[in-house]
Ligand binder design. Structure first.
Ligand SMILES: Nc1nc2c(ncn2[C@@H]2O[C@H](COP(=O)(O)OP(=O)(O)OP(=O)(O)O)[C@@H](O)[C@H]2O)c(=O)[nH]1
Ligand SMILES: [Mg+2]
Length: 257
């Protein structure tokens, strides 16, 4: 179960209607007002969330120290499910593996599908299955990294669980965070899910080959994302056609210098 968002075992869903604060439980639903819950049960939930995040931050710093000591450039790839994280990695591995040491940690709730794809592309990979959890945390990355044993001076890609919400709260000890948004998702995502865009350094806009077929305004997407994070860099590309991939490789090589 995810301790911060409550997804998982107890099927406890909290939702908010303007002017009303309601939730329902897996064992039957009910609506009632939670407006004044701060100071009652919710205070405990908030304290638990603070404790979980504080412990994670401590472990993330341990990872960061390990990556720095070995000069490993660690990238945390976050996005909605299906934006093209694994596709981007597959293509990057094929293009750069002769010149760079690339290692991958794959995070998914279930299956080793992505690890199998990465392995076929030619890079060492460890798959982490989070079960009911909706994000990777620093401890999972620590265990996976010990198994993977990335070399000194290498690049470590950590593909997070596809989810635009929870992964944003969990520092993994990465050097940089990259948020990927694809043109099928709608350009308003940075405004609806601002934390993910606030905590990233680079925003990749993928699937530009689909622009003629979808209502997605790249300039608006960039403007919305810049509103929540004025320092965010952007690269628009299509993993499928390869258009814009050179800008990505250039970014990566410059950051690794
Ligand atoms: N048209 C188009 N399709 C793409 C592009 N990049 C990826 N896809 C497709 O998008 C789908 C999802 O791609 P993945 O790479 O599996 O996405 P992901 O973000 O790793 O997905 P999760 O790990 O499940 O979150 C696949 O069918 C890809 O072939 C692109 O540039 N253009
Ligand atoms: Mg994937």
């Amino acid at each position: 179960m995810c301790g911060t968002c409550g997804c998982g075992e107890d099927n406890h869903i909290t939702y908010s209607i303007p002017g009303q604060n309601s939730h329902h439980h897996g064992n039957g639903s009910h609506n009632h007002d939670h407006t004044n819950d701060i100071g009652k049960g919710n205070a405990k939930e908030i304290q638990l969330e603070i404790d979980i995040l504080a412990e994670n931050n401590m472990k993330a710093e341990r990872n960061r120290g390990y990556f720095e000591a070995l000069n490993i450039f660690a990238l945390n790839l976050v996005s909605s499910p299906g934006s093209g994280k694994t596709s981007l990695l597959e293509k990057t591995i094929k293009e750069l593996r002769d010149n760079m040491d690339l290692f991958i940690i794959e995070g998914d709730q279930q299956t080793s599908n992505d690890a199998d794809r990465i392995s076929a592309a030619g890079a060492p990979v460890v798959q982490v299955n989070t079960g009911n959890g909706c994000h990777l945390d620093a401890e999972m990355v620590n265990v996976a990294a010990k198994q993977l044993k990335p070399k000194d001076n290498s690049v470590l890609f950590i593909e997070n669980v596809g989810n635009l919400v929870c992964p944003s709260m969990f520092d993994l000890g990465e050097t940089s965070r990259i948020v990927i948004i694809s043109t099928t998702e709608g350009e308003d995502k940075p405004l609806k899910y601002p934390t993910m865009f606030q905590t990233a350094q680079l925003c990749i806009i993928n699937k530009t080959d689909l622009l003629p077929y979808v209502d997605f305004d790249i300039d608006k997407a960039k403007e919305y994302a810049s509103r929540v994070n004025n320092n965010l860099e952007f690269i628009s590309l299509s993993v499928k056609t390869g258009d814009g991939m050179d800008s990505w490789y250039k970014w990566l090589k410059e950051k690794c210098k």
